[in-house]
Design a protein around this ligand. Structure first.
Ligand code: MSP
Length: 748
């Protein structure tokens, strides 16, 4: 049960498994890229590495998201899980396995784990009455009305029979364990937070639910489903083979468990540093060797997340600047463990400064000169001249410093150190000027000088490239070829990072053809990326319009309007695509799968008008001029006199509470609202700034159209629409309630 010392011959690391309630964005990519860089480096040091990622697919949050999208949880989860998987492919992520918690191997292992805890006397039946945050899938202490301490959302009251895990029995054991294993969790802020949480006292934890069914049944008592966090955490062992009878699975589990590192986002440290070790102690299994928390990627001043509507997709950066540029930016710009800002400007600055003008330019200068002066063949410098004191020393320092920094996950400093070497070699080239014919110097002596300088520079580049390979794998592979070293992937398999030292470049090596690595980009790529993001949003709206229109015509052509037809319309108010026309989804993404590509020839306005028409047909209530509403000019079509009940239920109206209301700089009419729907928080831009003081709106319960396609305005996403009485020539009056109503309740 101890956190034994790391076995250097094998390494197991994991990302969190991602919820499938929303499409992947840069925040998810960040955690995965960090793990990928670590995994690549371990392998290149000859360590047998297993890198796991996957998707977390059960629980109330997913069940509700699926319902909102009019899909089954299975369909919903499959669609989003597929998006994660294909993004990792696109980004060249080298995970060895991808687990879905809906897979049979996981269900079997989770049930075995639960049964083991119960058999060992750590699980008992009781009943829970208290608060629950669906968004974080977290039990929260406190009376009705308590907000979730993690996300600030309103909690729901849960009263049900549950199985409980005796977490309280582990309070002292955990504290002892943390003491004995000071490196178990990090950074320091995480450690402090976790220790103080445990010192504050641990209560037994409810580990099953009965009020919904989307989960893994408790073995022997199937009306309970296993608490989604227990289910999720166990993925780290079920993916290896825990619970399987197959000898190959058992061998993998024996070989790779315990994990060397669980890399997580800082918001989920309690689950990984308190609950998970306690579960494992109870089951009699070894504990992971370390848990490391990354900080948050921020965009527009807030954590990048679906609910804030401030996400940027990794694909956008990858399409314009390449995956390596994204990897470099994230690892260089953000000191690991801290929050860091993402901005397109900073990305382009790093790209041009460090990659195009720095490393890329250095490689290009040297490879081109070896071709120009020596027909592409590295020369044997005179004896004793394969080194240059300064550069050789700098390189030796860089190897050591890079290793040390990388080992403690200080990627930013590791790269900074390496780029000191890039600059030193650049300066050395400029000072040695191998392209200049010295006055009174014979051709032979001049060539000897060139041979020496170019050997030294090329050898330094080889070392830089080897070190940076885990972070810039695609570019390093190109440089490796240009340096005549063959396939870098083969070198990695042969553990080329194990003994990296000066002198590995052999004289007589024939260089490959030079090819540009990071062609300098102009400022307009920022706009280009912003456009792709906007286009994505806009196309979402268009696709929604198109589907809505189709749904309406389908409904009309059917003699009897059926529930499935109505659902198609709701589906339509959802997702589709980006500039590449791949299936993708923003908020309610299931429909991206199989969603029809937008017919660009039809044009935005036409589609929007059709949408407007269907919206008019479907919306029996007047609405405020909220952001998401203003799709197009007024309808030019005849409006039907009556609508059917199916039309009414297309519009998903829910009770929400305003938790944040603020003015938007330079926008007189718009307010930025954050509304809490109980099951999630959303940002909505509403055109009510002239009628309502933002401060007075906070706390108000209102009515929101939740299945309206999201829309970006003034760089902010608006994800829904408020309802208000719209008075001729007067101020709008927000719809509200006289009685108390729970958040998220549907208006029917
Ligand atoms: N499903 C749980 C984890 C279960 S692990 C047994 C979960 N999923 S999540 O999709 O909400 O978030 C997973 C992880 O994504 C975070 O822990 C973090 O690693 C990463 N990130 C999501 N948004 C992020 C940022 N804006 N910034 C940095 N990382 C982010 O929690």
């Amino acid at each position: 049960m101890t956190n034994s010392a790391s076995t250097p011959s094998r390494y197991y690391l994991t990302t969190p498994i991602y919820y499938v309630n929303a499409r992947p964005h840069l925040g998810h990519a960040y955690s995965t890229i960090v793990c990928d860089a670590i995994a690549r480096r371990k392998r290149a040091r000859g360590i047998d590495t297993w890198f796991l990622t996957g998707t977390d697919e059960h629980g109330q949050k997913i069940e509700r998201s699926a319902e909102l999208a009019g899909r089954t949880p299975e369909e919903f989860a499959t669609a989003i899980s597929g998006e994660f998987r294909s993004l990792w492919k696109q980004l060249g992520i080298t995970n060895d396995d991808f687990i879905r918690t809906t897979e049979e191997r996981h269900k079997r292992g989770t049930q075995k784990f639960f049964a083991t805890l119960r058999d060992k006397g750590f699980i008992y039946k009781g009943s829970y009455s208290g608060q629950y945050c669906v968004s974080d899938e977290l039990y929260v202490d406190g009376p009705v009305g308590t907000l979730c301490p993690d996300c600030g959302r309103e909690t729901e009251t849960v009263s049900e029979e549950n199985y409980f895990f005796k977490l309280s029995a582990f309070e002292h054991k955990l504290l002892e364990f943390y003491d004995a294993n000071p490196d178990f969790m990090g950074p320091e802020s995480t450690r402090r937070e976790v220790v103080s949480f445990v010192r504050g006292g641990l209560k037994d934890l409810s580990v099953s639910r009965t009020s919904f069914s989307w989960g893994i049944p408790v073995p022997g008592d199937e009306k309970h489903v296993i608490y989604v966090w227990l289910d999720a955490l166990v993925n780290y062992i079920t993916a290896l083979g825990y619970g399987s009878d197959d000898p190959a699975d058992q061998a993998r589990f024996a070989k790779f468990w315990p994990a060397d590192m669980h890399l997580i986002g800082k918001e989920i440290s309690r689950f990984h540093c308190v609950y998970w070790p306690a579960f494992l102690m109870a089951a009699g299994l070894p504990l992971p060797r370390s848990v490391r928390a990354n900080g948050w990627l921020l965009f527009d001043q807030g954590k990048m997340s679906k609910s804030r509507g401030n996400i940027v997709r990794a694909e956008t950066v990858q399409q314009v600047l390449g995956a390596d540029a994204l990897r470099y930016f994230l690892l260089r710009e953000i000191p690991f463990g801290q929050d860091g800002n993402f901005s397109f400007d900073a990305l382009v600055q790093r790209f041009n400064g460090d990659l195009a003008n720095g490393y890329g330019n250095l490689v290009s200068r040297v490879v081109n000169m070896v071709h120009k002066y020596f027909g592409g063949v590295v020369q044997e410098p005179l004896p004793g001249e394969t080194e240059d004191e300064t550069i050789t020393e700098e390189a030796a320092k860089a190897i050591v410093a890079f290793d040390e920094c990388f080992e403690r996950l200080d990627f930013s400093r590791a790269l900074e150190t390496l780029w000191t070497l890039v600059a030193a070699v650049d300066g050395y080239l400029t000072a040695s000027a191998p392209w200049k014919q010295g006055v009174g110097v014979t051709d032979e002596v001049q060539q000897q000088h060139r041979a020496r300088v170019l050997y030294v520079a090329a050898e330094a580049i080889r070392i830089i490239t080897a070190l940076v390979y885990p972070i810039l794998p695609e570019s390093a592979a190109k440089v490796w070829q240009q340096l005549g070293q063959g396939e870098i992937a083969d070198a990695a398999k042969q553990a080329f990072l194990t003994h990296l030292a000066w002198g590995g470049l052999k004289a007589g090596t024939k260089f490959g053809e030079p090819s540009p690595l990071f062609p300098r980009v102009e400022k307009d790529v920022v706009e280009q990326m912003q456009k792709i993001e906007e286009q994505n949003t806009k196309t979402v709206v268009e696709a929604a319009a198109s589907s809505a229109a189709k749904a309406v015509s389908a409904t009309k052509s059917e003699t009897a309007t059926s529930a499935p037809a109505a659902r198609t319309a709701v589906k339509g108010a959802i997702v589709s695509e980006n500039s590449e026309k791949q299936a993708s989804a923003e908020d309610v993404p299931v429909d991206s799968v199989g969603a029809e590509p937008v017919d660009e020839a039809k044009g935005y306005e036409t589609l929007a008008r059709v949408a407007k028409k269907s919206a008019v047909a479907a919306t029996p209530v007047p609405a405020v001029p909220a952001a998401a509403q203003t799709l197009a000019p007024p309808p030019v079509v005849e409006e039907p006199k009556y609508i059917s009940i199916d039309d009414v239920i297309k519009v998903d109206l829910r009770v929400a509470q305003i938790v944040v209301a603020e003015r938007i700089p330079k926008a007189d009419k718009l307010l930025r609202l954050e509304v809490d729907l109980g099951y999630e928080k959303r940002q909505i831009l509403a055109g009510i700034a002239q009628y309502y003081e933002p401060e007075k709106l906070v706390g108000r319960k209102i009515v929101v159209v939740v299945n309206l396609a999201p829309r970006k305005m003034r760089g902010l996403m608006s994800n829904g629409m408020l309802l208000a009485a719209s008075l001729e020539g007067g101020s709008p009056v927000l719809a509200g309630f006289l009685e108390d109503v729970p958040l998220g309740a549907r208006l029917k």
